[in-house]
Design a protein around this ligand. Structure first.
Ligand code: FAD
Length: 516
């Protein structure tokens, strides 16, 4: 057995417990943990695992205060750990306080529905009643009184205080408080409807609703499309001066004096630029592939698929499309079992006999510029290229819904220089790519997996502070893509999303600024 044989992988943002790490994770941790003890052969555990993964994504921002873990008790090496915690049936969920002692068996976590919402609420209840010592990263979750708010800025050095007015059975205030715990310069407090003095002072009539309260005593209502957790969280994370902890404040002038070879190019963040797509092709075809002097076997098939998809669907300038078609024709005519990169490079560059065909040399990042040379650029271009291709495949009435996705999957697997990215992407592809049966679900599959990656990388060192990773598109970019269920849970409106993706990545919508 290995951990890979279990129901979770490193991409799931769930701590995978093993004999080697169990004590360092569970004992004396600064965060509380909820652990799923499961057996990989157990049908209920298999059925529950997608929910546990969804929960991990949903409360990813809470990690410093409370994290999720899992252990496969069917793995022989793990058996003694499961016995030590008294686990007899699967799946069993247990809550471990922060600073748990080595002999702690964890607390039961039984009651309530086992969907994301029910589990999240249960976690909040456990955190609220957390015994001392309190996990240091966890903000106060109790309700605020007028007296506390009146003196708030005397004891808290933040610029923004968000007050969420709600009824006692609502979890929104506590959810948003935890969603913002990794952000500096903002505090969130929940105020109950029964806190009449504050309700009257601010003239609150809707529950829930969110108000921003300032040291001067002034206040304004936070305007959101829906009075619900996700919309408050999106809006509060983007208030001026609010930053993910540890990130230095973005200074616009930084962008101008960055050390890149060329000047910052002003751009519209809600549009896609052809210059990024061409730069991605240049980087992929002239730099990334060049690391493979001989291409054979599976890698050769991958290359053929990739070039074929580009030749069919790349919505570029005629000169670039002609080049891609000529390389595709050349590649299809190669009968050898291996190919040297230098022959591919000749086909790319020596186009004297092919009229009006060329791929511009060099990169000119625009929408994919980063505030520092190590941010964004090529991986941003890669995502954008494949989103565009899934949309183009539908525009061009492609026949095979798997064609573009499989081309991306095998390219990333065989050639994408970031190997950890390739492993994560392959984990997602293995899970669900084969279920994609239409061209529109291919667009949605890539969109949703990209959001999984955004969720995992939010706050990572590779995140450009000027371009924080969000669940995309934001409510500002596509208001109709977002909705709320009766339960108050955020939902994506798939039809609206499809309409948005078709337009955002359509060939007519691509901008040609900064092309040579
Ligand atoms: P990106 O995530 O690159 O997105 C580019 C643009 O696409 C955004 O600016 C936005 O306009 C749009 N966009 C954002 N989300 C969506 C969406 N859901 N659907 C459609 N369009 C969207 N980095 C790691 O550190 N670890 C990894 O494991 C990892 N895996 C990767 C796997 C793949 C296949 C790729 C291509 C990249 C991976 N990266 C990984 C890199 C990382 O995902 C980002 O590409 C990189 O950090 C640059 O981020 P960015 O801010 O430019 O936005």
């Amino acid at each position: 057995f290995t951990t890979e044989a279990g129901l979770y992988t490193a991409s799931d943002q769930i701590v995978i417990l093993t004999p080697d790490n169990v004590d360092s994770v569970l004992v004396n941790s600064t965060a509380a943990l909820v652990v799923e003890f499961y057996a990989s052969w157990c049908g209920h555990c298999i059925a529950f695992s997608p929910e546990w993964k969804r929960l991990a994504r949903d409360i990813k921002e809470w990690k410093p205060a409370v994290d999720l873990a899992a252990i496969d008790c069917a793995n022989g090496d793990n058996g003694p750990i499961c016995s030590r915690f008294g686990v007899k049936g699967y799946p069993t969920l247990k809550f471990f306080h922060a600073y748990s002692k080595p002999d702690s068996k964890g607390q039961g976590f039984r009651e309530g529905p086992r969907d994301v919402r029910g589990l999240r609420h249960k976690i909040i209840e456990k955190m609220e009643t957390h015994e001392e010592p309190w996990p240091p990263a966890c903000p106060p979750l109790e309700t605020a009184s007028k007296a506390e708010i009146d003196n708030f800025f005397e004891t808290n050095g933040v610029e923004h205080l968000a007050l969420i007015f709600e009824t006692s059975n609502s979890y929104v205030g506590r959810e948003v408080t935890l969603d913002l715990l990794q952000y500096e310069n903002i505090a969130v407090r929940r105020v109950l409807r029964t806190e009449e003095a504050l309700v009257a002072k601010l003239g609150v009539t809707d529950f829930p609703s969110c108000y921003l309260y300032y040291p001067s005593g002034n206040f304004t209502r936070l305007h959101v499309q829906n009075e619900a957790r996700t919309f408050y969280t999106y809006a509060l994370q983007r208030l001026p001066g609010v930053l993910r902890a540890g990130n230095t404040p973005p200074v616009t002038s930084d962008l101008l004096k960055n050390t890149t070879e060329d000047q910052w190019r002003p751009f519209n963040g809600s549009r896609v630029y052809m210059a990024d797509l061409e730069s991605t092709l240049h980087y992929s075809l002239r730099l990334e592939l060049a690391a493979h002097p001989v291409i054979k076997g599976e890698a050769l098939i991958t290359l053929q698929r990739y070039i074929s998809v580009l030749a069919k669907y790349f919505p570029g300038r005629p000169v670039v499309r002609n080049l891609l078609k000529s390389v595709d024709t050349w590649l299809k005519g190669q009968n050898d079992t291996e190919l040297s990169y230098s022959s591919l490079r000749d086909a790319l560059d020596n186009t004297a006999e092919v009229p009006n065909a060329a791929l511009p040399e060099g990169v000119r990042w625009v929408g994919c510029q980063g505030s520092k040379p190590h941010f964004r650029r090529y991986p941003c271009g890669m995502w954008t290229l494949f989103h565009v291709l899934t949309v183009q495949a539908e525009e061009a009435a492609g026949k095979d819904p798997q064609e573009v996705l499989q081309a991306m999957r095998s390219y990333v697997h065989s050639f994408f220089g970031c190997q950890a990215c390739a492993t994560h992407f392959e984990n997602m592809a293995k899970d669900s790519m084969s279920h994609v049966g239409t061209l529109s679900t291919a667009m949605l599959w890539l969109w949703s997996r990209h959001n999984h990656v955004n969720n995992r990388l939010a706050g990572a060192l590779s995140e450009d502070p000027h371009f924080p990773k969000i669940q995309w598109p934001s409510p500002e970019l596509c208001p109709s893509c977002h909705g709320v269920k009766k339960s108050g849970e955020h939902t994506w409106n798939q039809e609206e999303l499809l309409t948005f993706l078709r337009s955002h990545f359509s060939s007519e919508h691509l901008l040609s600024d900064y092309l040579e």
